[in-house]
Design a protein around this ligand. Structure first.
Ligand SMILES: [Zn+2]
Length: 70
């Protein structure tokens, strides 16, 4: 027979244990250029800016071609 807990744990004890399991809010830095929330110390994924400087120059996808083909 497997071992069983001798006594049930109280609701308070269960609640205290599960308090740390709760989902934490995502913390990050709002991009100064486009205003998207990014993780700190990371270049903005959307526009490629970091500390008010453009690090990555992204090629803009031409939507006109996609609209014409569809
Ligand atoms: Zn950005």
């Amino acid at each position: 027979m497997p071992q069983e807990p001798k006594r049930r744990h109280s609701r308070q004890r269960k609640g205290k244990r599960r308090a740390s399991i709760a989902i934490k809010t995502y913390t990050g830095v709002v991009c100064s250029n486009c205003g998207v929330l990014n993780p700190s110390h990371v270049i903005c994924k959307k526009c490629g800016f970091y500390q008010d400087k453009q690090i990555i120059i992204k090629k803009e996808k031409t939507k006109e071609k996609n609209e014409e083909s569809s």
